[in-house]
Design a protein around this ligand. Structure first.
Ligand SMILES: Cc1cc2nc3c(=O)[nH]c(=O)nc-3n(C[C@H](O)[C@H](O)[C@H](O)COP(=O)(O)OP(=O)(O)OC[C@H]3O[C@@H](n4cnc5c(N)ncnc54)[C@H](O)[C@@H]3O)c2cc1C
Length: 414
């Protein structure tokens, strides 16, 4: 069967849903093709595991002063009043004991200076890694690297200082207890998505595009392609023609970082009075975790792990990640609460075949790559997603804004 449309959108994550919303507003005929059985991509709220909407990916609204989700949440009745985003100042367990006051002061002094130096980096200067900018000789550097690796998903040594300087930082950061995935879908209005429809091959010329979706073919006058750069750089999709040189080169310099969320639910409030709401445990570069307790007021502990550590955890059964969290919790609470566990959920974004990582980070010297991804292919194929954003990459609203940009660009060539 052949489906004909004006614009085909591949992917129903934040970028694809936003593109569909924009095309709907412009009155442009379109179809949305999604490989997974569900809509949302890396912005999805799981409602089955814990009995409340639990975000598997994007969870925080980073209010950089230009984030439409802040107003959308208010308009749509989502509570975003909790702004308790944990930062580097959270208490740390150094292996199996709380850090001393002297260690805390020394750690925070190093962190403050390193982060201020990274923040003050002039994007017009020659690019370096953020590790080089921060300085790696302090004994506190490995701990900082574990935190930044947890945020970016890649080692500081592989992360461009120019790219980081281009990122708009949130003045405030809001939790969405009712689910970021639910919020994005409420804002976008979920279009008629063809789910379970992986696009296997794409051909294009200056007249239009043709997509191979198994037994069927979709033809369109333009294509908005929102697959992650991890997927685009893999052989998941076969491209009948050579991508523009700059795009191919850019994909090589924008690796996907990986960050995962490990969540454990208990049969009651196990956290007690003394366990901090957020804390970290650092044993080594290969053994650390950052934890929030009473996630959105529930009896749930959430651990964040990133970088190479999380990639190795993905290769092992969930129990290993759950143990990493529970070992730290036992120290934080003062007692082991493993026998109180009722449910667990560990994400595996690095091995998710439709994502192949959590979000893209530019390698030192490669901040240009994001702009290269925005360049249309023969005025027919338009890439969009978090990775194509110049200033809001790695973020839900950045992906959505890119979907809107691509929708306008695609409709202009019809
Ligand atoms: C663990 C984690 C934590 C995060 N935390 C935050 C946060 O707190 N705040 C924040 O703002 N952002 C956060 N993010 C980032 C945010 O979730 C992403 O930037 C955003 O969701 C990316 O949206 P996208 O549309 O670009 O890509 P995606 O959501 O990946 O959408 C692409 C879609 O394309 C589909 N697809 C891929 N290939 C094909 C194909 N061949 N055929 C058909 N369909 C295909 C995929 O299945 C997917 O649904 C987090 C991400 C992760 C993973």
């Amino acid at each position: 069967m052949t489906t004909k449309t004006d614009v085909a959108i591949v992917g129903a994550g934040a970028a694809g849903l936003a593109a569909a919303r924009e095309l709907r507003a412009l009155g442009v005929d379109h179809v949305v093709l999604e490989a997974k059985p569900v809509v949302g991509g890396r912005t999805i709220s799981d409602e089955a595991t814990f009995g409340f909407p639990y975000d598997l990916g994007g969870f925080w609204i980073s209010n950089d002063g230009d984030n439409f989700l802040v107003d959308a949440a208010e308009r749509l009745g989502f509570d975003t009043s909790d702004q308790s985003f944990p930062g580097l100042e959270i208490p740390m367990l150094m292996d199996d004991r709380w850090e001393t006051q002297a260690e805390n002061s020394a750690r925070l002094a190093f962190n403050d200076e390193a982060m201020a130096t990274i923040g003050a980096f002039n994007p017009a200067d020659p690019d370096r890694s953020i590790a080089e900018v921060a300085g790696t000789t302090s004994p506190w550097y490995p701990l900082l690297a574990s935190w930044v690796g947890m945020l970016n998903g890649l080692p500081m040594e592989r992360t461009s200082a120019v790219d980081q300087a281009n990122l708009l930082h949130g003045e405030t950061v809001h939790q969405v207890p009712e689910g970021m995935g639910r919020l994005v879908q409420a804002w976008a209005g979920v279009p008629d998505v063809m789910v379970n429809t992986p696009v296997r091959a794409i051909d294009w010329n200056d007249a239009g595009v043709e997509l191979d979706v198994g037994d069927d073919v979709v033809t369109a006058r333009a294509l908005i392609l929102t697959a992650s750069v991890g997927v685009l750089a893999s052989d998941t999709i076969s491209f009948a023609r050579t991508m523009p040189d700059r795009v191919r080169e850019a994909l090589g310099y924008l690796p996907m970082g990986t960050v995962n969320r490990i969540a454990v639910q208990f049969d009651g409030d196990v956290f007690g009075e003394t366990c901090p709401p957020s804390f970290g445990r650092f044993v080594s570069a290969d053994d650390h975790i950052y934890i929030m307790t009473r996630l959105v007021g529930e009896n749930v502990a959430l651990g964040y792990v990133g970088n190479e550590l999380t990639l190795s955890l993905e290769q092992q059964p969930d129990d290993v990640a759950v143990d990493l969290l529970c070992d730290a919790l036992a120290l934080g609470i003062g007692t082991d609460v493993r026998d109180r566990i009722t449910a667990t959920l560990c994400t595996r974004w690095g091995s998710d075949p439709w994502s192949l990582g959590s979000y893209a980070a530019a390698e030192p010297g490669s901040a240009w790559a994001r702009a290269a991804l925005q360049e249309p292919w023969d005025d027919r194929v338009f890439l969009a997603g978090e990775a194509t954003s110049l200033t809001q990459f790695s973020l839900v609203h950045g992906a959505a804004n890119e979907g809107i940009r691509a929708a306008r660009a695609a409709s202009a060539v019809l």
